[in-house]
Structures are given as C-alpha cells and as structure tokens.
Design a protein around this ligand. Structure first.
Ligand SMILES: Nc1ncnc2c1ncn2[C@@H]1O[C@H](COP(=O)(O)OP(=O)(O)OP(=O)(O)O)[C@@H](O)[C@H]1O
Length: 229
C-alpha cells in the first residue's frame, strides 16, 4: 500500500442470503484511494455499489477481507472503535439527504462537529462558512422541509465534510435531482472536494459526472476494475 493511500479494500467478500438464495456480491474485491484523488464508481443497478460504499465506510462488515482507513486496519476493531474512526475519517452523502427534520440547516451541519467535541461557537462558525461556500448562507436557519431538493443536498454535502474527513463516500449524490440542479449541486460538491483536497469515491449512473473524476472504476463479477467512459 502506498504511503498516500487513505482508503484500501483488500480481498473483500460480501454475500447475502444462503443456499439457493445466496448472492455473492463482492468476491475478493480490491481497491485503493489516494489522498486527494476522486474516483467514480459506475456500475449497473444491483451490482453492489452501495454495499461497497457501506463496507468502505465501516457501516457494514465484509465476510472476508480488510478495510484500511488512514493507515488503520479496521476489520478486527471493536464496534466502538470503528464508529470513532468512521466519525473522524469518513463523510457520507446519500441520494436522499437524510438531514434531521427538526433541526435547521446550520444545526444539521453543526451536529457531527458537536459529537466530535467542538464547542458550539466553533461548530457554528464552520457550519456558516460551509453554507456560504455552498451559496446558501442565507438559508441557515431554515429546516430541511423549507429548502428545495438542491438546497437540501448542498446542506447534506456540507454536513458530510464538516469534520474534515479523510474520505468522502457518496452514493448517487445527485440521483434524486433534475439534470440542471444535479449539475449545479455536483459542481458545488466537486469544488468543495478539490478545494479541501479530500479523497472521494462517488457512485453515480451519470457519465457526465463520472468523467469529471480523476478515474472511474466499475464492478464486474464482484471485482472492482478500471473503467473507461
Ligand atoms: N441486506 C441485504 N440482504 C439481502 N440482499 C441484499 C442486502 N443488501 C443488498 N442486497 C442485494 O445485493 C445486491 C447489491 O445491492 P446494492 O444496493 O449494493 O447494489 P447497487 O449497485 O448499489 O444498486 P443500485 O444502483 O440499484 O442502488 C442487490 O441484488 C441487493 O438486492
């Protein structure tokens, strides 16, 4: 593993079901992501993109193999330790925003920072900066339901990077938006990732988005392989 590798997956197996319903989704999959690198994961529906992101982000255990995040091998760690590493090292963005409905945009972005131990003042300042960066600084006091889909997703992106993670994992981050809004929101995400030097693995069906990444990979028969668009 090279010294600037921030995420590596090695020999990952993941199966669901058993007997006649056994589905082998990942079969000895290998992947590594370097510091500051952006990678698109483009693969047909049902081939295991979400599964792969969940395993990479320590939300799910593989049946075999090792996930190394920031140089730390994670497979045999306790759930508490895995949760701590996930909180510090990984930012997630999903297709649907998953913002907490009863909190304002600003509070949603503050939340992971407060959990990480920052003071309210520090968290608020960083959240406000991120909202400004995403060009929705004026919507900070609004709750998610009062925001448009594109605005909600920009808040979710800001929340994902609020703790300055090592890696951003995004699962169809603009999949729920119309093409024009998707392009705008993705540009905001890309600018944020590039500006902060974040490494990102982004699952998308959108080839225009995938082309903007440093490289593309796909899933073929449970393996992660390079993909040319
Ligand atoms: N908990 C589970 N139990 C059983 N099967 C599952 C489970 N989670 C996922 N699968 C199956 O594993 C396969 C891969 O699912 P996954 O969600 O990773 O695919 P995907 O490539 O992200 O799909 P999409 O592009 O449609 O979101 C699918 O066939 C799915 O039905």
């Amino acid at each position: 593993m090279s010294s600037d590798t921030v995420l590596s997956l090695s020999g990952i197996d993941r199966r669901y079901g058993q007997g006649e319903t056994l589905l082998a989704i990942l079969k000895g999959a290998n992947f590594s992501l370097r510091s500051g690198e952006t990678v698109a994961l483009v693969a047909p529906s049902g081939t295991g993109k979400s599964t792969l992101l969940h395993i990479a982000g320590l939300l799910e255990h593989p049946d075999a193999g090792e996930v190394t995040l920031g140089g730390q091998a994670c497979q045999d760690l306790s759930d508490e330790r895995r949760t701590a590493i996930r909180r510090n090292s990984v930012g997630f963005v999903y297709q649907f925003h998953h913002l907490l409905p009863e909190f304002s945009a600003l509070e949603n972005i503050m939340m992971p920072q407060l959990i990480a131990g920052l003071s309210r003042e520090e968290a608020r300042e960083r959240a406000a900066q991120l909202l400004d960066y995403m060009r929705i600084g004026h919507r900070g006091e609004h709750r998610p339901a009062e925001l448009s889909g594109g605005e909600q997703q920009r808040v979710a992106i800001a929340r994902a990077v609020a703790n300055a993670p090592l890696v951003l994992l995004a699962d169809e981050p603009t999949g729920n938006l119309d093409p024009e809004t998707a392009s705008y929101v993705f540009s905001a995400l890309e600018a944020l990732v590039r500006q902060s030097g974040l490494a990102a693995l982004i699952a998308t069906h959108n080839h225009d988005i995938a082309r903007r990444m440093d490289r593309c990979v796909t899933l073929v028969d449970g393996q992660i392989v390079d993909y040319q668009i």
